[in-house]
Design a protein around this ligand. Structure first.
Ligand code: NAD
Ligand code: UDP
Length: 310
């Protein structure tokens, strides 16, 4: 199999490239390096089955591939809000270009969608049949609505052009190779704890998220691409649900840090709660379920940040 991974130099993309190479695939990693990093993939560059292309998914590209994982898109609020017009173009034009490519070469294509399609959810935990509660005109909309349109495009190319699609809705995922300045809560808290700085909780800290360790996520994505029975959407995440206060205290404890907690204002439209219902994933993906606990995953991630900050 020759497999294209867009956004392959990013956090999730680099782990996916690594896994696909280990499984024997030829891997083409495509990235414009907006939030991606050469360091994430430099250990793969000597593999003769690995190829890197600097390219922007908002522009068409001609390649011969069997499979496409479409991950290109900044994922953390500070990065996707940096240039919101570019963010929505990346999701929408990127989906059109990659679906066009999949249609031409008859490749199976998987979209990395997101729990953000549920917005500030009125249904808890979130099931795939829930249509969501998304603000179409807010500061998160460039990301949330871009991803929703991408799902629409995937479904329409499937119904109209019979493109072989897969859609996964990824819930907050963390692990080594997140950027230290990424702005996401796990990386922020770990970096702050390791430096002995105050951990910055936005709002009261009672909002909840569910955190999936990267290896569990990659396993599910690979199984989703390989299975023949379900195009999705399928939620992928770890249903353990934590308040940001609980997460902060856990990270202080695991790092043995003397950091304190400080409370800052809550960003606009910040979802109050988030927890995946993963029943569909368990059924479709041969009994997949997350295996790495939050404590174990955080320890690995803390080790990574500690070693890279030296
Ligand atoms: P990331 O920012 O580390 O990776 C995104 C990658 O896409 C980067 O390498 C970036 O340079 C690249 N990219 C961005 N715009 C591009 C463009 N126009 N053309 C080509 N490349 C471009 O983020 P991540 O956490 O690895 O997320 C990967 C994908 O998974 C994203 O689509 C994201 O929306 C989705 N996702 C991630 C999470 C999570 O918790 N990590 C949750 C839900 C969905
Ligand atoms: N958050 C926080 N402190 C930080 C960064 C984030 O309290 O330093 C909060 C943020 O307001 C949100 C939650 O943590 O309620 C998860 O934020 P993240 O950006 O990681 O993911 P998302 O909001 O996109 O799910």
């Amino acid at each position: 199999m020759r497999t294209l991974v867009t956004g392959g130099a990013g956090f999730l993309g680099s782990h996916l490239c690594e896994r696909l190479l280990a499984d024997g695939h030829e891997v083409i990693c495509l990235d414009n390096f907006f939030t991606g990093n050469h360091k994430n993939i430099e250990h793969l560059s000597s593999n003769p089955r690995f190829e890197l292309i600097r390219h922007d998914v908002t522009e068409p590209i001609l390649l011969e591939v069997d499979r496409i994982f479409n991950l290109a898109c900044p994922a953390s609020p500070i990065h996707y809000q940096f240039n919101p017009v570019k963010t929505i173009k990346t999701s929408v034009m990127g989906a059109i270009n990659m679906l066009g490519l999949a249609k031409r070469v008859k490749a199976r294509i998987l979209q990395a969608s997101t729990s953000e399609v549920y917005g500030d959810p009125m249904v808890h935990p979130q099931v795939e049949d829930y249509w969501g509660n998304v603000n179409p005109i807010g500061i998160r909309s460039c990301y949330d609505e871009g991803k929703r349109v991408a799902e629409t495009l995937f479904m329409d190319y499937h119904r109209q052009n019979h493109v072989d699609i897969r859609i996964v809705r990824i819930f907050n995922t963390y692990g080594p190779r997140m950027l230290p300045n990424d702005g996401r809560v796990v990386s922020n808290f770990i970096v702050q704890a390791l430096k002995g700085e105050d951990l910055t909780i936005y709002g009261s800290g009672n909002q909840t998220r569910s955190f999936c360790y990267v290896s569990d996520l990659i396993e599910a994505m690979v199984r989703m691409m390989d299975q023949d029975d379900c195009i999705g959407p399928v939620n992928i995440g770890n249903p353990g649900e934590y308040t940001m206060l609980e997460l902060a205290n856990k990270i202080i404890e695991l790092t043995g840090s003397k950091s304190k907690i400080t409370f800052l204002s809550l960003p606009f439209d910040d979802p109050k709660k988030r927890k995946p219902d993963i029943s569909r994933a368990k059924t479709i993906l041969s009994n997949w379920s997350p295996t790495v606990s939050l404590d174990e995953g955080l320890k690995e991630t803390i080790e990574y940040f500690a070693s890279t900050s030296k």
